[in-house]
Ligand binder design. Structure first.
Ligand SMILES: Nc1ncnc2c1ncn2[C@@H]1O[C@H](COP(=O)(O)OP(=O)(O)OP(=O)(O)O)[C@@H](O)[C@H]1O
Length: 255
């Protein structure tokens, strides 16, 4: 569980996060949405410990980041998996090499232990025949699976994903969303996803927070987002005619 307590983050004169308080529960897919420039990436980087808020704090399973010693901060970072936008795989390494990389960097496991772990996570993301391929030889959807496998290979408590669906066709995007949700439940991970994809909101939004100008404007579930009358949320989420119609149908069905 991640507990965010009134965090503020500025760059010089620019006050970007203006006091955000929320919680992200274990075993749940938590989504951050909001317009471009609303502070989603800055917020995600605060959760990852890459930016330190000037005010407020973030507690990981009950312990504030600022209360960790340097060694504990290093350990905490190793408990965090990250799926970067665009996958960010190493082009010169095979799929197996990419997934093994964190184990080689941060553990003392033997080669055979590492290989077993890599086999297990690649199997979990349904990639069994791609070990010796290079990223350029596999599809975008497969690259995402590799990125997810790499993010979970260290058995993280926290999983952060930045736009995991960018560049994928809608069908593949849904498969990736479902995979992230399944893994989150199976391993009881606290997962936080930064997304622009409204399909993801409807599909896996167990908790959604909507940021506007560095403030938390709204939070709720995928069912609640259908019913909300918060104008900023409805203007953002239902900006397309298709989603407006879906919302109308949902509301009619409920009445
Ligand atoms: N390292 C930085 N130094 C100075 N300003 C920054 C830095 N990182 C982000 N900002 C500013 O913070 C604001 C919010 O940026 P952020 O990237 O968090 O937006 P976002 O909601 O993720 O947008 P998008 O959806 O387009 O990725 C922007 O005005 C940006 O210029």
């Amino acid at each position: 569980m991640i507990d965010v307590r009134d965090i503020h983050k500025s760059f010089g004169e620019a006050h970007i996060l203006k006091g955000i308080t929320t919680t992200f529960e274990k075993g749940k897919t938590n989504l951050i949405i909001g317009q471009s420039g609303s502070g989603k990436t800055v917020f995600l980087k605060c959760l990852l410990g890459l930016f330190v808020p000037e005010e407020g704090g973030i507690a990981y399973d009950g312990k504030l980041y600022s209360d960790h010693t340097d060694d504990e901060k290093r350990e905490l970072r190793q408990e965090m998996g990250m799926v970067f936008q665009g996958s960010a795989l190493f082009d010169s390494m095979t799929v197996e090499g990419n997934v093994m990389f964190p184990l080689e960097m941060f553990t003392n496991q033997s080669k055979s232990e590492m290989k077993d772990r890599v086999d297990a996570v690649l199997k979990r993301v349904n990639l069994i025949d791609a070990h010796h391929k290079f990223p350029s030889e596999i599809s975008g959807g497969m690259q995402k699976r590799v990125a997810i496998a790499r993010a979970i290979v260290m058995n993280p408590k926290y999983l952060f994903c930045d736009e995991p669906n960018s560049g994928l066709d809608p069908k593949t995007a849904i498969l990736i969303d479902d995979l992230i949700k399944e893994i989150t439940e199976e391993y009881n991970i606290t997962t936080v996803i930064n997304t622009h994809d409204m399909n993801s909101v409807m599909q896996i939004g167990e908790k959604i927070i909507f940021l506007k100008d560095g403030l938390l404007e709204w939070e709720g579930t995928k069912n609640e987002i259908f019913k909300t009358d918060n104008e900023a949320v409805t203007n953002f989420v239902y900006s397309s005619d298709l989603f407006k119609k879906v919302r109308q149908m949902y509301i009619q069905e409920q009445n």
